[in-house]
Design a protein around this ligand. Structure first.
Ligand SMILES: [Zn+2]
Length: 244
């Protein structure tokens, strides 16, 4: 009997340890839930204010812009255009000049369907590592190729890698557009992760960066649209976001 008792003591200590751990875990979770609730309560108290400093009307749509870099892509851009048309969403496409030359019919479709077209350099190069002349040439050649298809010179420029070259935008008389949310879709190539990274971080007025080069990114864009529409977001092009 004494032997048996000796055997049970470690088990009793272990069970006691487990019970204490569970209790501590419950207390910790209560605390975290409380902190999160307080955080959102704080957030609710913030009155939304528009650019003019007025309080926003109840129900005024929050705006967000989907932007797609590195196209046109022969495999995925048209699939994306089909999806955007079906959902009645306009987006912004920052195109690579040499790909415009390869697939002008896709560029024509982007333009005809009312999306905004911007410049993403001719060869997808780091403009900041080039001479001023070479960087300007990258932008100029791309603008000309886009104009050959659409009849319109692009006004918006997104430098590859977000690598800003000082004064290039003013020298080229263009408006530089970067982004607020980058889910790194080109790296993760996972629809669920891309969607999650966007919808958990997005705020009114944000510009979202995606690439119409991957099936996962096209699928993510469709899910992002559905989720954010259900949260009251309206999808606009970059010019509408900046100037309206
Ligand atoms: Zn790019």
């Amino acid at each position: 009997m004494k032997k048996l008792h000796k055997f049970f003591i470690p088990i009793e200590i272990f069970l006691l340890f487990v019970i204490v751990c569970r209790y501590m875990e419950d207390r910790l979770m209560d605390k975290l839930t409380h902190v999160t609730a307080e955080y959102f309560k704080e957030d609710e108290r913030t009155v939304p204010v528009s650019a003019e400093g007025k309080e926003m009307e109840q129900g005024e749509a929050k705006k967000v812009a989907l932007t797609f870099d590195d196209g046109p892509n022969e495999c995925y851009t048209e699939e994306l255009l089909d999806g955007l048309a079906a959902k009645g969403v306009k987006a912004t496409f920052f195109l690579i000049g040499k790909k415009v030359v390869e697939s002008p019919e896709i560029v024509e479709r982007i333009f005809q369907e009312g999306h905004l077209i911007g410049n993403h350099s001719y060869d997808h190069v780091n403009l900041n590592e080039m001479s001023k002349e070479a960087a300007c040439e990258q932008i100029k050649k791309t603008n000309e190729e886009i104009k050959k298809v659409t009849g319109t010179l692009p006004e918006y420029l997104r430098p590859p890698f977000g690598s800003f070259k000082k004064n290039l935008d003013s020298d080229m008389n263009m408006i530089e557009v970067l982004w607020d949310i980058d889910p790194r879709d080109w790296s993760v190539k996972n629809t669920g992760k891309v969607v999650n990274r966007v919808v958990t971080n997005v705020q009114d007025g944000d510009i979202i960066l995606l690439h119409d080069e991957y099936a996962t990114s096209v699928a993510a864009a469709m899910e992002i649209i559905d989720i954010l529409k259900s949260q009251g977001y309206e999808f606009v092009t970059v010019d509408e976001l900046i100037f309206e």
